[in-house]
Design a protein around this ligand. Structure first.
Ligand code: GRF
Length: 214
């Protein structure tokens, strides 16, 4: 099957982007990373992508102050120029306008560090701890106008342990993100982007199977 051309939007560290690049280095992975775009020129992820031989560019949002749509139109043009078919948000810390959401409807994915619909938006790990939940995790979903509310493609959970801090919990979830995002993207590609994404739904459970009852 033809490998789908994927664009990745980042703002910083880029560890999920790196996980996608790593996955796409495997020959039968159904996607290739065609372009990485950061809204921050100093994003560490840009250098990681370039070192991996991936085209990576900064499109700074600051000159577009007050006109997020204009910034997105430049990003959109770069993505189209690179022949991008599917767009993955990976720690992209800008609110999207309806322009980008509409332009990539059904073809834009995001990874969020909680088990949505619990804990949308920011500070998910601290809120999970404060809420006393016993399971926490991450979600890959289709991006829609409403933040963190699109169709869920994949989720995976980790236990919240006694003594966890927001940092230890974040690190445990992040390791999971690096497995779940590439797997969800692969499932999405194999189901043909744009088709009922629910067909690609699956649930990743990293915990070992429970021992059978005696
Ligand atoms: C991740 O926790 C992701 O779930 C969230 O932003 C963070 C990005 O981290 N959307 P990285 O830049 O991929 O390392």
């Amino acid at each position: 099957m033809r490998r789908r051309r994927v664009g990745v939007l980042i703002s910083g560290r880029g560890s999920n982007m790196a996980a996608l690049i790593r996955a796409a280095a495997v020959a039968d992975y159904p996607a290739e990373v065609a372009l990485v775009v950061s809204n921050r020129p100093d994003a560490a992820g840009l250098e990681i992508a370039r070192r991996a031989g991936i085209a990576a560019t900064a499109i700074d949002h600051r000159p577009f102050r007050g006109d997020r749509g204009a910034h997105e139109r430049v990003i959109d043009a770069a993505l189209r120029e690179a022949g991008v078919e599917i767009l993955c948000l990976a720690g992209y810390m800008r609110l999207l306008t309806p322009f980008l959401v509409t332009a990539w409807r059904g073809r834009m994915l995001n990874i969020h560090p909680s088990l949505l619909p619990a804990f949308p938006e920011l500070d998910t790990h601290a809120r999970a701890l404060a809420g006393g939940v016993k399971l926490h995790g991450c979600t890959v979903h289709v991006v829609t106008e409403q933040m963190d509310a699109g169709l869920i493609l994949a989720q995976a959970a980790v236990p919240v342990l006694a003594g966890d801090t927001a940092e230890t919990l974040a690190a445990r979830v992040l390791r999971l993100e690096h497995a779940v995002y590439p797997a969800a993207l692969a499932a999405f590609c194999r189901n043909e982007a744009g088709r009922a994404a629910a067909e690609g739904s699956w649930f990743a459970n990293p915990l070992p199977d429970a021992a059978p009852l005696p």
